[in-house]
Design a protein around this ligand. Structure first.
Ligand code: SF4
Length: 239
């Protein structure tokens, strides 16, 4: 299948099925730690990268072929090969996936379109949003996430703050920590300040363990991760 992956059983979500919203990696960031390899050319244009009808057809045949797993499904997750909010039809896809599966809907996003009220409006349809924020310093943001020139870090942070005010569902803020890039004390204090404004339900700290887009992208040592978790407070957990 082209647009469906999984299902995956996790402690966080239970049994979840992933939907990719593009046939190839399509993203406005080129994160050094990306598990899909380098983005190559980043894109900022929002459009229907994959036909929603095609994704739904695949979902229907998966449900038919896996009746038992379909019954146990707890979440359908929009993520996959790139940034789901680049797809102009992601809100409609949320509605259709929920209706077909009866499962909750999670969206994993890199947060870059959260400054756009129309995108936030569509995101309100989800049950769980997992936005990422790897940096609060523009220089570190450039280094770790290598954004398209049109992406603005201040708009990302303001968008996250606005999303929290508008969205009654659950927000788990994910931070990917890379040794020597975004894990120094001053930056962690900056993240803490921004997180206080954003007020997510949880803060999920991650560090690369799989193959990454660039070489020498190193995970943060466990002892340091624990220290960062302590600094960020009760909502933080290491995943
Ligand atoms: S935002 Fe996600 S898909 Fe895009 S480059 Fe970063 S890790 Fe990869």
């Amino acid at each position: 299948m082209k647009y469906i992956y999984g299902p995956i059983k996790s402690r966080r979500l239970g049994l979840s099925l992933g939907l990719s919203l593009s046939p190839d990696k399509t993203c406005d960031l080129d994160c050094i730690y990306c598990q899909w390899g380098s983005t190559g050319r980043t894109v900022l244009e929002r459009k229907e990268y994959a036909q929603v009808g095609q994704i739904i057809l695949e979902l229907k045949s998966w449900l038919q072929e896996h009746p038992q797993a379909a019954k146990e499904l707890k979440f359908v997750t929009l993520s996959g090969l790139g940034e789901p909010t680049l797809h102009t039809g992601f809100g409609g896809l949320i509605d259709q996936a929920r209706e077909l599966t009866g499962a909750k809907i999670a969206v994993i996003t890199n947060s870059t379109f959260l400054g756009d009220k129309a995108v936030r409006q569509e995101l309100l349809k989800a049950d769980l949003i997992v936005p990422s924020l790897d940096a609060v310093d523009p220089v570190i943001f450039e280094r770790i996430d290598r954004p398209h020139p049109g992406v603005r870090l201040d708009e990302i942070i303001d968008g996250l703050v606005a999303l929290r005010k508008e969205f009654a569902g659950t927000i788990w803020l994910e931070i990917m920590l890379v040794a020597g890039v975004n894990d120094d004390d001053a930056h962690i204090q900056g993240l803490k300040k921004a997180i206080r404004r954003i007020n997510p339900d949880k803060i999920q700290l991650n560090s690369p363990v799989r193959a990454t887009a660039e070489k020498n992208v190193l995970p943060v040592e466990k002892s340091k991760l624990l220290k960062i978790k302590e600094i960020l407070g009760d909502k933080a957990e290491i995943i």
